[in-house]
Design a protein around this ligand. Structure first.
Ligand SMILES: [Zn+2]
Length: 322
């Protein structure tokens, strides 16, 4: 594994940009892996043409200053040569050759990868997964993304599409997913999944206090309401959190059976509620794991980089490629 110190020796100023559904985030890392500059711009709304996307990337790269080399994270399916094939949250994206276009513009190599893959790099090299050789990042946000480090190497898969854990089907008769199938893991174990479980409980005449706080309408109950009530010790809200944790653990067990990692790092928006989720997730994981008495139980930790993970990992892409 390449250490952070070795990475830092390659160049002193590493620039990464992460394009999200609502904003694009740029960071500059110094030799020690500290963020020394950052900047944000809104992701163009509605019009996600290639030109508007490239304009935002060029503007942000110029604002933070770069020597031509940079890494970029984008949400969606990214080929191994930096073509954004499709992006569920960016309408109009189809086969955008971002790496080639930016490389031609800047006159040097630009590396483009999936945003969750970039977050995996950040946590592996400079975050919760430092020092590991077999780890998996799972981002629990609106949906679920992820990335795989195996045998000390980032795994992109044969086409670049590895780590789309959210669309593992865990209930073929479950709720519809935007991907067209039913019962994908992210329907249950993401921020949207928590909201669904909360509404189910509310319409099933549980969560009375939570419904009252949400204005009296069970359909208005959101995940945030349940989290707040659970923190206040509300038993019905804690039961929803426990149910949610079981769905998260179920997917982690499936991933364990496939890849046998030493560590899971959980990132994404729900990482902000780590204190609420971590114990029930670990407990359910221990209960559901195949042959737990015959193995060392993989660790489960929450991510350390928060919303900067994608940009930080993007900044490390050039050196990982080199
Ligand atoms: Zn799906």
């Amino acid at each position: 594994m390449t250490s952070a110190a070795e990475l830092g020796a390659v160049t002193s100023r590493r620039v990464g940009i992460d394009v999200g559904g609502t904003k694009a985030q740029a960071v500059v890392l110094d030799r020690a892996g500290e963020v020394i500059e950052s900047a944000q711009r809104p992701t163009p709304r509605g019009d996600h043409s290639l030109d508007t996307l490239i304009d935002v990337l060029i503007e942000l790269a110029d604002v933070v200053g770069h020597d031509g080399t940079l890494g970029v994270g984008v949400p969606g399916l990214v080929t191994r040569d930096g073509v954004l094939r499709a992006a569920p949250n960016l309408d109009g994206v189809a086969d955008f050759a971002i790496a080639d276009l930016l490389s031609a513009r800047f006159g040097s190599a630009v590396y483009v990868d999936n945003d969750a893959t970039c977050a995996t790099v950040a946590e592996w090299q400079l975050g919760a997964g430092m020092g590991t050789t077999d780890m998996m990042l799972v981002t629990l946000g609106t949906g679920i993304g992820g990335g795989v480090v195996s045998n000390g190497r980032l795994q992109r898969g044969s086409h670049g599409f590895a780590g789309e854990f959210g669309h593992m089907v865990i209930d073929p008769s479950g709720p519809l997913c935007p991907c067209g199938r039913r019962g994908c893991w992210e329907r249950y174990a993401s921020g949207s999944g928590l909201a669904m479980l909360a509404r189910e409980a509310a319409t099933g005449h549980r969560l009375h206090d939570v419904v009252r706080h949400a204005g009296g309408d069970p359909q208005a109950v959101r995940g945030e309401h349940v989290q707040q009530a659970a923190r206040d010790g509300n038993a019905e809200a804690l039961a929803v959190i426990d149910d949610f944790a079981r769905w998260v653990a179920l997917g982690l067990v499936n991933l364990t059976n496939a890849c046998d990692p030493e560590l899971f790092v959980l990132g994404g928006g729900l990482a902000a509620g780590a204190d609420l989720f971590i114990d029930p997730i670990r407990r359910w994981y221990g209960e559901l794991l195949y042959q737990p008495h015959l193995r060392e139980i993989p660790g489960i930790e929450f991510a350390t980089w928060g919303p900067l993970a994608g940009a930080v990992g993007a900044a490390l892409l050039p050196e990982l490629a080199g």
